[in-house]
Structures are given as structure tokens and as C-alpha cells.
Write a protein that binds this ligand. Structure first.
Ligand code: ADP
Ligand code: MG
Length: 354
């Protein structure tokens, strides 16, 4: 596929917000906060845990580089701040507390999500109980619904960008990383190449218009990962991953979905569909019966449960081995477990080729 620009007319990313309310201080951030270790990093950002020297309160400081690939990207950072400000009343979005600027960086001081990424729960041997997964998906949908009501699309929803307020027991979710988020309807159609290969929706690969439905695809991917511990589209290389996405090549086999309810499969199936218009909205998803299913809670602590077992279901017990009982399960051509790619690669227009 050939190199494309974000916007064919101006070359500038469309849908960027430029008005912010938060004052950007030029005082050294280290004079106000003690930096106490790294929480995560991406291509252009490092996130550090920090403690307010005056109050002892813990925050997360996201250091965003202003120059990227030899280009001034300050406007993109301001946009990320503006989106966070627009989402201030959204309890499922991390709160922006303060901002600082140095010659190299803009530093966003964010509400600290102490429980880390839900990604850790996707790759852990001890998977979350289904009742916890449905709670986290409900909260994610609530957050996404509120964003969409404000005409905001996140466009980079993935298990690394959904954090938890506490680890054990799992707290509430906080959506982070609004670097790729866009305001819809702010002049022209949005057809950008964005996102991370495994999580990218088919319409992005096909350079078709981006809508709120793009985020719902991601919710489907996240749900799949929490439920199965596998990444639905990850191939051995980028090309295979893109092929899997564009063909919606998903493994719904009994093997992948052992010990989760059939309603989980139904929920994911409604989201991982190629045509964006056929996906339910966040509000519609919130009424799916899977998310309101009554599970009986395991009396045992998770650590004593067998690995990759969950749901002590009575009504929604694990599927039996009865070959007739295949209602929601298809045999998949790729029954071998797909593993995650840890070397995250984020696509951008500057990166070009897909
Ligand atoms: P990038 O744009 O580089 O992906 P993110 O905003 O996603 O940056 O932050 C990178 C990582 O840092 C996250 O995946 C998460 O692990 C950690 N992180 C980000 N924000 C917070 C926060 N508010 N609290 C705790 N950890 C955070
Ligand atoms: Mg991120």
C-alpha cells in the first residue's frame, strides 16, 4: 500500500483541537514533584510515577516529546491536552491535573492509575473471572459512550491504554492515551492511518471513513483478549496481521473460548464485523445480556483457581465436549494459539506504508 498523508490538501492532521484551558507552567516539574520511577513508555512518551512534594499525592507524569522525526509536534501534544480537558467530566477517563513545558517536552501530570494496564490481565496465567471482565467491559463502554456523545473518538483503544485504579482486587478502569483521539465532524471526513497493527479496524486499513464504530471494533478486540488471553488478529508478521484483520479471520473455536459463556462469544461476534455500520453503538452494547449476566462468584481466591479456568457457572457453565453443542463455536483454520506481539508498532501517516 502506498504512502498516504493525513490530509491530502494541507498535510496537517485533521480534527486537531488547539484550545486549552490548563496553564502550562515553565517551572521545572522536578521542583514540584519527586519522580519515583517509570510506569510505561511509547514511541514519543515516557510516563513516570511522581509524588507532589507538598501534599504527598501520587500522580503519573507523561513526558511527551515535542519534536518527532524532525518535525515540530507541539500542536499534537496540545491536542492531546484539549481532548483530556473535553473529557474531564468523564469518570472513565484519566484526569489531567497540571502541565509543564521544557525545551524538549510537554509534561502532562495525570491522575495515577495504580492498578496498571488491563493488558497484564490478558497475558497473565491467572485470568480474570468472567464477572470481572464484564464489569471492566461495561465501564469501558460507559467511557467510550460518553466520549462519543462529545463527538470524540479515541482510535487507539487497546489493553495497554485501559488502566485500573487498583490491581487486586481489580479497581475501576481509566482510559488513557488520547494521542490519536480525534473530534468528529470538525471539518471533512477522517480517513487517517492510525493505530497499532493488531488492534486496527478494517476501515482504517482500507482508508475508509473513521467513525465512532472504529472504537467499537477495539472494544471487541479487548473483550476477546480478556476472555481468551489471545490477540484475535496477531499474525506472525505485519502482513499476516493485516490480512487477518481485513478478512476478519477470528478463531471462535471451543479451544479458544473454553470455560466462558456463549454470550461472551455472541457479544464479541457482534463487534468484530467488517462493516462499521453493522456494529452496535456503545449504548447498544451496554444492553447486551453478557454484560448483565449473573455469575456466581468463586468462593476461592483467584490464585488458587486452576490456570485459565474461570466462571463457576451453573446456567452458563463451560461448554461441554458434546460435538452437537456447537451453536456459537466455529472450527477455525488456525487452531494454534496466537501469541501477543510485544514489540508494539504504532502506525502513523509519517510511518507510511501499511
Ligand atoms: P503512549 O502514547 O506512549 O502510548 P500512554 O499514555 O499510553 O503513552 O502511556 C504509556 C504507558 O504508561 C501506559 O500504557 C501505562 O502503562 C502507563 N501510564 C500512562 N498513564 C498512566 C497513568 N495515569 N497512571 C499509571 N500509568 C500510566
Ligand atoms: Mg499508549
Amino acid at each position: 500500500m502506498s504512502r498516504r498523508r493525513l490530509d491530502s490538501r494541507s498535510g496537517a492532521p485533521s480534527g486537531l483541537l488547539s484550545v486549552i484551558q490548563t496553564a502550562i507552567s515553565t517551572e521545572p516539574v522536578e521542583s514540584v514533584y519527586d519522580m519515583t520511577g517509570e510506569l510505561g513508555r511509547g514511541k514519543f512518551a515516557v510516563v513516570k510515577r511522581c509524588v507532589d512534594k507538598a501534599t504527598g499525592k501520587v500522580f503519573a507524569a507523561k513526558f511527551l516529546r515535542k519534536r518527532r522525526r524532525g518535525r515540530d509536534c507541539r500542536a499534537e501534544v496540545i491536542h492531546e491536552m484539549a481532548v483530556l480537558e473535553m473529557a474531564r467530566s468523564n469518570p472513565r477517563v484519566v484526569n489531567l491535573h497540571a502541565a509543564y513545558e521544557t525545551d524538549h517536552d510537554i509534561i502532562l501530570v495525570l491522575e495515577y492509575a495504580a492498578g496498571g494496564e488491563i493488558f497484564d490481565h490478558c497475558v497473565s496465567d491467572e485470568m480474570l473471572a468472567e464477572v470481572q471482565i464484564t464489569r471492566l467491559i461495561r465501564q469501558t463502554l460507559e467511557g467510550v459512550h460518553q466520549l462519543h456523545q462529545n463527538n470524540l473518538v479515541h482510535l487507539d483503544l487497546k489493553p495497554q491504554n485501559i488502566l485500573l485504579t487498583s490491581l487486586s482486587p481489580p479497581g475501576d478502569i481509566k482510559i488513557v492515551d488520547f494521542g490519536l483521539a480525534r473530534r468528529l465532524g470538525a471539518g471533512g471526513e477522517l480517513r487517517e492511518i492510525l493505530g497499532t497493527p493488531e488492534y486496527v479496524a478494517p476501515e482504517i486499513l482500507n482508508y475508509e471513513p473513521i467513525t465512532t464504530a472504529t472504537d467499537l471494533w477495539s472494544v471487541g478486540v479487548i473483550s476477546y483478549m480478556l476472555v481468551t488471553g489471545e490477540s484475535p488478529f496477531a499474525g506472525d508478521d505485519k502482513q499476516e496481521t493485516y490480512l487477518n484483520v481485513s478478512q476478519v479471520n477470528v478463531d471462535y473455536s471451543r479451544e479458544a473460548f473454553s470455560r466462558v459463556s456463549e454470550l461472551a462469544v455472541d457479544f464479541i461476534r457482534t463487534l468484530l464485523v467488517k462493516t462499521p455500520e453493522d456494529r452496535p453503538s456503545a449504548a447498544e452494547c451496554l444492553s447486551h445480556p453478557w454484560l448483565w449476566q449473573q455469575f456466581c462468584l468463586s468462593p476461592e481466591p483467584p490464585s488458587s483457581r486452576p490456570v485459565r479456568e474461570r466462571s463457576c457457572g451453573t446456567k452458563w457453565a463451560a461448554p461441554t465436549e458434546d460435538p452437537e453443542d456447537k451453536e456459537n463455536f466455529l472450527e477455525s483454520p488456525h487452531s494454534q494459539a496466537k501469541r501477543f506481539r510485544y514489540d508494539e508498532e504504532t502506525l502513523s501517516a509519517a510511518d507510511g506504508d501499511v
